[in-house]
Design a protein around this ligand. Structure first.
Ligand SMILES: Nc1ncnc2c1ncn2[C@@H]1O[C@H](COP(=O)(O)OP(=O)(O)OP(=O)(O)O)[C@@H](O)[C@H]1O
Length: 265
């Protein structure tokens, strides 16, 4: 596999130490090695504080590693780029703009004429099943709809890589399940590279080609678990014994650390 192609990511020996003012420094990540193939769907799980969000911010270029290097599409990551789009847990939509203008925002910011940007935004809204909501305002949408708008907004700039930081964490359990199936449907259309952070092991296994399990602080790659279930996947997969076995395996890798993070040793 050629990781220097668009969408490929190489994380090589990456460490990140925070130096907060007037507090002890925090080694959040240490010696992380990871390669992601173009078009691959990778999920990252780990106990609270294992450095999942930090890893994602490094991949985006929002922060710079203390040690090691990161390349995306063969180029060193030195800062945020339109080639990579982030989706966060909270939706960050502008309440004063309509849904379509929220989705068009990144394109307009990049210099595109508003009419053209709205056209592209409308196409993206169709993809996420929200064409009818284009003229509504964010407050008129449910949480699940808002996160779909968020995904449409990330896709509108046509990035090579989508970085998602617990995008469904604020949703109720049923909406969350449906949203993960929706995300796979949207992803399968053009198979962008995805790195998806979650606390839910079953969500990770349902979505991913591989699940990266981080160990507790300092976070490092404990194991990379391949998930070979055929695609397209539907939610009934989650009720199969094979699925349960993969979930159990990952849970066994992090259970001690989750207990430790709760002071339960
Ligand atoms: N800006 C910062 N300054 C100092 N320490 C930080 C900073 N950001 C994160 N940390 C610390 O780095 C470690 C990793 O944090 P991070 O948020 O990446 O973990 P996480 O796995 O995403 O956690 P969670 O699952 O709880 O969201 C934690 O100990 C956290 O307190």
């Amino acid at each position: 596999m050629d990781f220097t192609r668009p969408g490929g990511i190489v994380v090589d020996g990456v460490g990140l130490t925070f130096h907060p003012p007037r507090r002890d420094s925090v080694v959040a990540l240490e010696n992380v090695d990871l390669t992601v193939s173009p078009g691959e769907f990778v999920c990252v799980v780990g106990a609270s504080g294992s450095g999942k969000s930090t890893l994602l911010r490094l991949l985006d270029g929002l922060i710079t590693p203390t040690t090691g290097t990161i390349t995306a599409g063969g180029e060193p990551v030195t800062g945020p780029s339109p080639d990579r789009a982030m989706v966060f847990q909270s939706d960050n939509l502008m309440p004063w703009s309509t849904v379509v203008d929220n989705v068009a925002y990144g394109l307009v910011l990049g210099g595109m004429k508003r009419a053209r940007a709205r056209q592209i935004a409308t196409t993206q809204l169709e993809r996420v099943g929200l064409a009818d909501a284009a003229r509504l305002y964010p407050r008129q949408l449910s949480g699940g709809m808002r996160q779909r708008v968020n995904i449409a907004r990330a896709l509108a700039v046509d990035p090579q890589v989508l970085l998602l930081d617990e995008p469904f964490a604020a949703l109720d359990a049923q909406t969350r399940e449906i949203m993960s199936a929706e995300l796979l449907r949207i992803w399968s259309a053009d198979r962008k590279t995805v790195v998806f952070i979650t606390h839910q092991i079953d969500e990770a296994v349902f979505l991913a080609d591989r699940v990266v399990v981080l160990s507790a602080r300092p976070g490092t790659v404990r194991e990379i678990v391949p998930v070979d279930f055929a695609r397209p996947r539907d939610l009934s997969l989650k009720r199969t014994p094979e699925f349960g076995r993969v979930v159990d395996h990952i849970w066994s890798l992090i259970e001690d650390e989750v207990r430790g993070s709760l002071g339960l040793h």
